[in-house]
Write a protein that binds this ligand. Structure first.
Ligand code: PCA
Length: 339
């Protein structure tokens, strides 16, 4: 628990506290005991939490997190102070979930599909062509929510909210008319499923997190990939990539999670502040995601990219791959239910 010096009783402020939290706490509790100020101290505590995020500060998910933190601060009367750490500055994207689980960061935002190898449920919204519109994606999210919350609860975390990324399309340095055009291409993957797609296309997958995508393009490590218009825009991919095929292949979700012990340690009013702010953030996030989808694509066009729907041949080739991944996902899910 952090004790904010600014909130201490004026009597304490005159003292020069030794550095370090534990010694500070010792001094404060000693003084509280001696002077009988203990109840005052409890009321004056500010809880400080970190929220590890993987996307840039200007990304719409991150802006939503910052608003969420501001709502929590306000509703808790300044008692719960959340600092959002964007762009994988606190933990790298694939490490955030474990950091929250272990309490190294009380809160985190994760890309669910990153954890598909741990449990197929995490990969559901990354199954190609299963849910390709916002309406379908919201339905899928509702179906997925209880099982996801339960799975995370078993791991010591609480699911606060999820928000979809805009629909995923194909970026390529070279024109792509059919799946065969991607053979041998250096393909950026962000999840097990996107790596599998590369394998099925005969491309060469390399896993690169969003925070490193710009650099991977600049150094020629990557030539093609699937992601949203949002990440294409955030990562200025138009500086290196010419073609975008608006495939609407799936809408993966970010989930905001909190360490259960941290959450349980809050007083009731602060818990309510977190849950209320989370419900608002979920609504706001989905709305902004949908509203900005076309805007992102227009930005790519205005920066010189050629935007087009996939050809009939490419659609067919990708549909085949999607069908295979759907079958494999179901098999893995059956197996995990049997375990
Ligand atoms: N952007 C993230 C995940 C999905 C998306 O649209 C990324 O490319 O890493």
């Amino acid at each position: 628990m952090n004790i904010s010096r600014g909130l201490l009783h004026p009597v304490f402020r005159r003292f020069d506290f030794p550095r370090g939290r534990s010694s500070l706490r010792r001094v404060v509790s000693l003084m509280g005991l001696t002077l009988g100020f203990a109840p005052l101290m409890v009321g004056a505590q500010t809880v400080k939490w970190d929220l590890a995020a993987a996307y840039p500060a200007t990304n719409f998910h991150t802006e939503n997190l910052v608003q969420f933190a501001a709502d929590v601060a306000k509703a808790s009367g300044g008692k719960l102070n959340i600092t959002v750490h964007p762009n994988a500055s606190l933990f790298k994207a694939p490490e955030i979930k474990r950091a929250v689980q272990s309490g190294q960061s009380q809160l985190g935002e994760v890309l669910l599909v990153n954890f598909e190898n741990e449990h197929p449920l995490f990969g559901l919204d990354g199954v190609p062509f299963l849910a390709t519109s916002y309406a379908a994606s919201r339905k899928l999210a509702q179906v997925q929510q209880p099982a996801l919350a339960e799975l995370l609860a078993r791991q010591g975390m609480k699911l606060l909210y999820t928000v979809a990324w805009p629909p995923q399309g194909l970026y390529s340095k070279r024109p792509v008319v059919s799946g065969a055009d991607l053979k041998g291409s250096k393909w950026r993957a962000y999840s097990p499923a996107t790596a599998k797609i590369a394998d099925l296309l005969g491309a060469q997958p390399v896993t690169v997190q969003s925070a490193e995508l710009t650099q991977a393009l600049a150094t020629g490590v990557v030539e093609s990939f699937i992601t949203s218009g949002a990440t294409g825009f955030d990562s200025k991919v138009y500086e290196h990539v010419k073609y975008y095929y608006d495939m609407h292949a799936w809408l993966p979700k970010n989930a905001v999670i909190v360490n259960t012990k941290s959450f349980d340690s809050l007083d009731g009013a602060s818990q309510k502040a977190v849950l209320d702010a989370a419900a608002l953030a979920e609504q706001r996030g989905w709305k902004v995601s949908e509203e900005k989808t076309q805007w992102f694509v227009e930005q790519l066009r205005s920066k010189g990219m050629e935007i087009s729907p996939p050809s009939a041949r490419l659609t067919e080739d990708m549909a085949k791959i999607g069908a295979q991944l759907q079958v494999e996902w179901k098999e893995r899910m059956k197996k995990s239910n049997a375990d």
